[in-house]
Design a protein around this ligand. Structure first.
Ligand code: 5GP
Ligand code: ZN
Length: 115
């Protein structure tokens, strides 16, 4: 974990400096609607603390568990039983924001393997 990064988009969203549509929040996580949704439900669940990617997050067992608990709590809140959770890690696979985030997608059929 590192201190809030003044240049990090999602640190600014967590701090309320950039507006977002909140869908869930707790002491450790903040969840908001993705501005470019890829499914009827497409939210981003982020730790309030700054971690660059899921590999960075995984060094902190408590923060990792808290983020997964946030995903679970959001899914329960929405009554989702079937949903896809994605962590893009690294530019080559499509990570564009380097504050780790779980994409939670639902509401349409999904194929496998992903594109
Ligand atoms: P990544 O490509 O890093 O896995 O996912 C970043 C996600 O953040 C993308 O799905 C993108 O649509 C979303 N995103 C980028 N900028 C903003 C923003 O300012 N607000 C919100 N709510 N989502 C954003
Ligand atoms: Zn950040």
């Amino acid at each position: 974990m590192s201190a809030p990064d003044p240049d990090c988009l999602f640190c600014k969203i967590v701090a309320g400096e950039i507006p977002s549509t909140q869908v869930y929040a707790d002491d450790d996580c903040y969840a908001f609607a993705d501005t470019n949704p890829q499914a009827p439900t497409h939210v981003l669940v982020v730790p309030r603390a700054h971690f660059t990617d899921v590999a960075d997050l995984a060094r902190d067992a408590k923060a990792s568990a808290a983020l997964l608990a946030g995903v679970r709590a959001f899914a329960a809140q929405e009554g989702l039983t079937d949903f896809r959770t994605v962590f893009n890690t690294g530019r080559e696979v499509g990570q564009t924001v380097f504050h780790t985030h779980a994409h939670v997608l639902a509401g349409r059929p999904f194929t496998w393997p992903p594109g």
